[in-house]
Ligand binder design. Structure first.
Ligand code: ATP
Length: 333
């Protein structure tokens, strides 16, 4: 049995990138026999990015409702909220004590923040919290706790999976073979979607198209995607066009090929935007009604999450006991 694990940070409203890049492929994978899927709401991770309690709570509700509306079968998978599993931060501490500082100095999320500060002429560590610095260790705990073999990630996350392997290897070397070494699974067919401004669509950049924006707002957002000033009839580049990349993520391969041809033939931006809107709306509309129902009933979602936590802790509680014993956190008698 292969174990697969995916988390989404509860730092904002889920967007098209979260859906096409993580939720849609994860739900498809969870239907394969021989796969055990672990999907979690990464709310401890959210605290690295926001100090707004209501934002974290609201995002937890929205992301949970999104997974359920997208068709997640909670009987088949482990679906839980990270902060319901106290064994995870406990494991993170055990791993912190063997993780090399030099290793974490190289973590790109932290380095990017430091590099940006330096470029802006600020103190290198200005505004950098220790959560950002330690994030790869918490992520290692998320993965290693459930002995996940495979972690589907975008290319920017490969380094963090390597770090989890590294830390797991050190622990196994010091204390015996307790952890499975995880691997990053890069699916070439899953693209990183651009946001409204052309950068990676991300909750942190405020450049997202919310997955369940109401129809009128969705249309408005699609029409606000940045394009160049080429007029109707002028050939347009599909490669590097945010509009085209989004279209490709929500259409069949032959439809994407036809759109590429339309670009070469000079389709008007307005027409291309309308076609993209139609595609997204066709994907989203069937799920939106279910999402609205779920979001209006937090008690039902809470019930799913608590059941999921019990199921996850059935694995985590005995495992942390084994690990505590391994490192010497033992009863005296
Ligand atoms: P944050 O800004 O809080 O990091 P995010 O929106 O960038 O949030 P995460 O919560 O870190 O997303 O990622 C959740 C999942 O969604 C990951 O599997 C990630 O690869 C996927 N994902 C996030 N953004 C995109 C995107 N633009 N295109 C494709 N997949 C994405």
């Amino acid at each position: 049995v292969q174990r697969v694990l995916t988390g989404i940070t509860t730092s904002g409203t889920p967007h098209l990138g979260n859906y096409a890049g993580a939720i849609r492929p994860a739900i498809a994978a969870s239907r394969h026999p021989g796969v055990e899927s672990f999907y979690f709401l990464a709310d401890y991770h959210a605290l690295i990015k926001t100090t707004d309690p209501l934002r974290v709570q609201r995002s937890t509700l929205e992301i949970a409702a999104t997974w359920l509306a997208a068709g997640l079968d909670t009987d088949r998978v482990w679906f839980y909220r990270q902060s319901d599993i106290p064994e995870i931060p406990e494991l993170a501490w055990l791993l912190t004590c063997i993780a090399g500082k030099g290793l974490l100095n190289r973590a790109h999320a932290y380095k990017a923040a430091v590099d940006k500060n330096t470029a802006d002429g600020l103190d290198p560590d200005a505004g950098v919290n220790m959560g950002l610095y330690m994030y790869p260790v918490l992520m290692a705990a998320d993965i290693l706790m459930f002995k996940a073999h495979s972690v589907p990630v975008g290319r920017d996350q490969i380094q963090h999976i390597e770090m989890a392997r590294d830390i797991a290897g050190s622990f196994n070397h010091l204390y015996g073979e307790h952890f499975v070494l995880p691997e990053a699974a890069i699916d070439a067919s899953v693209a990183t979607l651009p946001g409204l401004d052309g950068r990676k669509m991300s909750k942190s950049y405020d450049n997202t198209i919310p997955l369940f924006a109401p129809t009128a707002e969705l249309r408005k957002l699609v029409f606000s995607i940045v394009t160049d000033s080429r007029a109707p009839g002028e050939p347009k580049d599909a490669d590097g066009s945010a509009l085209f990349e989004l279209y490709q993520a929500f259409s069949r391969p032959e439809e994407a090929r036809a759109m590429r041809t339309a670009f070469e033939e000079g389709i008007a931006w307005g027409e291309a935007k309308q076609a993209l809107f139609d595609k997204i709306e066709a994907t989203v509309a069937p799920m939106r009604a279910r999402y609205e129902e779920l979001i209006a009933d937090p008690a039902q979602i809470e019930k799913h999450l608590l059941e999921g936590a019990a199921k996850a802790r059935a694995i985590a509680t005995p495992f942390i006991a084994e690990l505590r014993h391994a490192v010497g956190l033992r009863r005296l008698t």
